[in-house]
Design a protein around this ligand. Structure first.
Ligand SMILES: Nc1ncnc2c1ncn2[C@@H]1O[C@H](COP(=O)(O)OP(=O)(O)O)[C@@H](O)[C@H]1O
Ligand SMILES: [Mg+2]
Length: 234
């Protein structure tokens, strides 16, 4: 579904990503793990068109999306659920969700999609008129994921959804991600919560200093000495 080939990108003269290649097949949850500053969000921004690539290509559903504007990429079916939630704090829950439905096709189905999102997140329905700024971190993450679903995506790229959340809430977030996959949405999950992420994903890539240093199925990654030492504190 998504194929990133030898992607390089950065900010001004500073190169952050070095020949990054990765694939996400339809129906998979693929994990991208790596520490702070590894370049994970830079990779997400390059895939979603927010940051231009210096070299390399990105294909989605067999077609190049290089150089397309972010809203065009969203219209093709990629939803970006950003790091730090980035919800619209002065808007109500419902307005936040509607903002996610701007891709043309999604707007037509807005009512139906909203109903489905409310079924997945009953708390959002209960509080649809409330300002998003009154929400806790976990609720804001649910709202960010609900908004991401409003575009009826084929692929969701979720950047550090568990960051800053209490363990119970992290479990809820990971359950939602699994239920998104059950509904047929393919997922690229960016995380620093390595153990839980590898437990719910199919395959993983490890990004360090802007380079992919390891890739494989999650069982293999969990058993790797490097992963154990560097990410699991074992
Ligand atoms: N807007 C920016 N301008 C300049 N440097 C940036 C910018 N955003 C991130 N960086 C730098 O790029 C590197 C990778 O950051 P980032 O992709 O956010 O890493 P991660 O998401 O893995 O924590 C870091 O060294 C960071 O300081
Ligand atoms: Mg990041």
């Amino acid at each position: 579904m998504l194929e990133v080939k030898k992607l390089s990108a950065g900010y001004g003269n500073i190169q952050i990503l070095w020949d990054v290649s990765l694939k996400v097949n339809e129906g998979e949850i693929v994990a991208l793990i790596g520490g702070n500053g590894a370049g994970k969000s830079t990779l997400v921004r390059t895939i979603t068109g927010l940051l231009p690539a210096n070299s390399g290509t990105v294909e989605f559903l067999g077609k190049s999306i290089d150089g397309l504007e972010p809203h065009k990429i969203a219209e093709l079916g990629i939803s970006h659920i950003p790091e730090g939630r980035k919800i619209f704090t002065d808007m109500s829950v419902m307005e936040n969700l509607e903002m996610g439905a701007y891709p043309k096709n999604a707007w037509k189905n807005k009512k139906n999609t909203l109903k489905k999102v409310y079924e997945m997140f009953p708390r959002l329905k209960e509080r649809e008129k409330q300002l998003a700024r009154t929400f806790s971190g976990g609720e804001q993450q649910m709202l960010a994921m609900g908004r991401g679903l409003m575009s009826q995506p084929k692929l969701c790229i979720i950047d550090e959804p568990s960051n800053g959340l209490a363990p119970m809430v992290v479990m809820e977030v990971f359950e939602i991600i699994q239920s998104m996959r059950k509904q047929g949405i393919t997922i690229l999950l960016i995380e620093q919560n390595v153990k839980q992420t590898l437990e719910i994903s199919d395959r993983a890539y490890v990004l360090e200093n802007g380079r992919i240093v390891m890739e494989g199925d999650c069982a293999t990654c969990l058993a790797s000495e490097h992963i154990k030492k560097a990410y699991l504190g074992l």
